[in-house]
Ligand binder design. Structure first.
Ligand code: AHG
Length: 343
């Protein structure tokens, strides 16, 4: 039976018509969507096209790049330059801002992205994804620098991710809720399969890299200990735990069935500010989660209100079902109040 669900392009056109947009945004998102389809295709073909393994280079954070990290970054840059809607781009894989080359039109938006999040999972065939965030280029700025990208997450005009999993999906928000689209390979289009995603407030599932337990701050340890104590503990219910080591997959699971994801600061990460990056991981995922009715916090403040100080700034991340995130914020507040010198 032919499906009558809207494609992602038709969905965005409709949304734009409702808010009286010019069409630039539809076209810009179409470029990002095309890039994600191309990245997904490479991820999917894996060893057949020789894209697995390391690239013999390091990114700005000193992390070994995978061949697919480098390729995905290239694909995203190429797709976003040609359309003429972006003024500049920044990504996890590049130290500085990528300007629009001479000879190409320059638009009014800034694109920030993590081309392939969770890339340690590529060689073992576990889900990875692309995360992106779209900001407005400040008025009057012709040649954006890093400073123009340092906008708090609350100023994002759009955030989304592509998940390359058992099916390829695109999840998107422009500030009017969150919608999920599944790639129909037969027609080469994303179609709306998950309209108006909502995260349940209550959950009994949490996600954290438990190998870092000796390094955790007391409020995080308290929370996890209470969860793992199960039915006989203070929470009086059994919790389940998951860890994919791929933030896109974790956030997607939370959008579908609830849960809480933590990559908190700890005694090893405190000097760096956290593990995950604010501009291209924390902020876009925070916008998606909040738009779906969840919460996203560092434990001490709303992620989207953090004033970025650098392109590659890191941030503690606690996000998902609001009852659990609120509880974690309370535990941090209680601990800080009782230990003012440590806070
Ligand atoms: P990267 O993009 O460098 O692969 O980072 C993956 C991120 C995130 O997606 C995931 O939640 C976390 O790092 C995994 O960290 P651990 O290695 O500590 O599990």
């Amino acid at each position: 039976m032919p499906h009558t669900r809207p494609t992602i392009t038709h969905f965005i056109i409709d949304e734009q018509r409702r808010i009286g947009g010019t069409g630039a945004f539809t076209s810009l998102l179409a470029d990002v969507v095309t890039a994600c389809k191309m990245i997904g295709s490479q991820v999917n073909r894996g060893a057949l096209v020789g894209v697995q393994g390391i690239a013999d280079t390091e990114n700005v954070q000193g992390e070994v790049q995978k061949k697919l990290d480098v390729l995905s970054n290239e694909i995203m840059l190429r797709a976003s330059v040609v359309g003429g809607h972006f003024a500049a781009m920044a990504s996890e894989e590049m130290e500085d801002v990528h300007p629009i080359p001479e000879g190409y039109p320059r638009g009014h938006y800034l694109l920030v992205f993590d081309p392939l999040d969770g890339s340690s999972n590529i060689d073992v065939n576990i889900s990875v994804g692309t995360i992106f965030s779209i900001l407005r280029c400040p008025e009057g700025v012709e040649h954006p620098t890093a400073a123009d990208f340092l906008q708090p997450g609350a100023r994002q005009v759009c955030a989304g991710y592509a998940l390359y999993g058992s099916s390829t999906m695109m999840v998107l928000t422009t500030g009017q809720g969150v919608n999920g689209f599944t790639l129909d390979h037969a027609v080469g289009e994303f179609v709306l399969t998950h309209p108006n995603l909502r995260i349940p407030a209550a959950t009994d599932e949490f996600a954290i890299n438990a190998s870092r337990e000796p390094l955790w701050e007391p409020p995080v340890r308290r929370y996890v200990e209470e969860c793992t104590a199960g039915a006989l503990g203070p929470r009086a219910k059994k919790f389940n735990m998951r860890w994919v080591a791929s933030m896109v997959a974790e956030v997607h699971r939370i959008l579908i069935r609830g849960g809480v994801f933590l990559y908190p600061t700890d005694s090893e990460l405190a000097g760096k500010g956290g593990k995950l990056r604010l501009l291209y991981e924390g902020n876009p995922m925070a916008m998606i989660v909040e738009q779906a009715g969840g919460m996203a916090s560092t434990g001490r403040r709303r992620i989207m209100e953090v004033e970025p100080q650098g392109l590659h700034q890191r941030v503690p991340v606690i996000l998902g079902s609001s009852d659990e995130v609120r509880r974690l914020i309370d535990y941090h507040r209680e601990w800080d109040a009782a230990n003012p010198a440590a806070a």
